[in-house]
Structure formats: C-alpha cells, structure tokens
Write a protein that binds this ligand. Structure first.
Ligand SMILES: [Zn+2]
Length: 248
C-alpha cells in the first residue's frame, strides 16, 4: 500500500486521496539508566512504516508524524518525563480525528508504542459510538506478540526497559543503548500494579523492571519480526472486518 506522510504536500494528498490515516504514539519518559527518554518514539518511528508497508490493502495511507508525548503518569517523578493527563489525550485524539475527517479521511488507526495510554480504548469507543460508524481502530503492537515469543525472555513481558524492550532497542539502534545496564533486584511485578503505584515506587527508584543485562540484539530481532508480523495480521483482520461491519 502506498504510504504518504508529512513530507508529502497537501496537493499530493489531495491527488492520492488516502482513505486511511495511521497515528503512531510515542512518549517522552524515563527509561532507566540505559535507554533514552525517546525510546517509545524511536520504536514508533522505526516500526510503524514497516507495518504499513506489509499491509495488503488497496489505495494509500497517510502516516502521521509520531506523537512524541503521551500519557506517562506512571513514569513521573524523574527529570525528563513529560506527561499528558488522560483527558488531554482524549482531546488530542478528538482534534486529530476532527481535522482528518474534515479532509476526507475515513479511517484512523491509533497505534500506541507506549503502553500507559489507557484512555485510548474508551475514546475510540466513544468516537465510534458517537457517529455510529466504525472509523477508529486500536492497534497496540505489544499486545499482538504471542505469549510463546515473550517466553524467550527473562520474565516473559518485563513491564519497562527490561529484557524485551532493551533487546528490541539493541536490534534497532544499539547506539542508543547505554552500557549502564543493571538487573533490578526488586521482585518482578505485573503491569496492572501501575494502576496504583508509580514505576519509581515499584522499581525501588531504578526506573525499570527485570533483567536488561540479559538483553541481546538476536532476541530483539526475533521480537521485531514477531511484532511486525502479528501487527500486520491483526490490522489486516480489522480492516477486513470494517468492510463487513461498516457501522458501529
Ligand atoms: Zn518504553
């Protein structure tokens, strides 16, 4: 499928008439001692286009610039974290969708590469219900990866900057992974605990969980292939379903 982006002109978009837009969402938030604040934005920039390139769908897609800040309340308490409140995120998605739909875009795929954006699902439901049309879609790439892939890592899915995320960064941009990798001796915890406590509290101040020292580029490469393949498959399924069920 042909990909248009913000380096195209408005007139090129007018000519190609993309019906679908894709919004990658990153974050500016603490990623412990070894990964940059922009980690989720880097992942969004490097992987979103590849997902769209592999999609088998007629016409063109408008790949929006990655949103570099989103809802990172669980990672506040560190210098460098910038967070929108959930209600700000709700307004941002509404405003982006209003702008796109006014210019003829019919579908928006919202793709968070940062997991803390819990408001996205309710706002997508709200907007689809409001117009009684299925025009917004939710694609969380982390959720598409099968459990068997996570099992190759130290603790399965380590919530933040652990074996999985560090391996993926080693595969994509090793120059941004710093040497100061330490395993966190704090007992491993599951993501839902972040509904009640901050990452700072849960990780004894280290800002990460699990075993980043066990991360390798080879494991990251396996994860990268899986996250692309399964995100493409799911997106394909969603778009096909939207032909079958165009209304809400
Ligand atoms: Zn991250």
């Amino acid at each position: 499928m042909q990909i248009l982006s913000d380096i195209n002109t408005a007139f090129e978009l007018e000519e190609q008439q993309p019906q679908i837009a894709f919004l990658p969402i990153g974050a500016t938030e603490q990623h412990s001692r070894h990964l940059p604040l922009a980690t989720d934005t880097i992942l969004a920039n490097q992987l979103s286009r590849t997902i769209l390139e592999q999609l088998d769908w007629p016409g063109s897609v408008f790949l929006l610039p990655t949103l570099p800040v989103s809802s990172s309340e669980e990672n506040t308490g560190y210098r460098g974290t910038i967070s929108f409140t959930p209600l700000t995120m709700r307004s941002i998605i509404r405003d982006i969708w209003d702008s796109l739909s006014q210019s003829g875009i019919q579908k928006l795929i919202v793709c968070p590469w940062h997991g803390g954006n819990f408001i996205l699902k309710p706002i997508i439901r709200e907007l689809n219900c409001e117009k009684q049309l299925c025009h917004l879609f939710y694609l969380n790439p982390w959720e598409q990866v099968p459990q068997s892939v996570y099992e190759q890592f130290a603790h399965g899915f380590e919530v933040h900057c652990g074996d999985v995320e560090t391996s993926l960064m080693l595969a994509l941009c090793p120059e941004h992974v710093k040497e100061e990798r330490v395993d966190n001796p704090t007992p491993h915890f599951k993501a839902p605990l972040q509904d009640m406590w901050s990452m700072k509290t849960l990780s004894s101040g280290e800002g990460h969980t699990g075993h980043p020292t066990q991360a390798t580029a080879a494991k990251g490469e396996v994860f990268k292939q899986a996250v692309i393949e399964h995100s493409v498959r799911y997106l394909q399924e969603l778009l096909e379903l939207s032909q079958q069920y165009p209304t809400y």
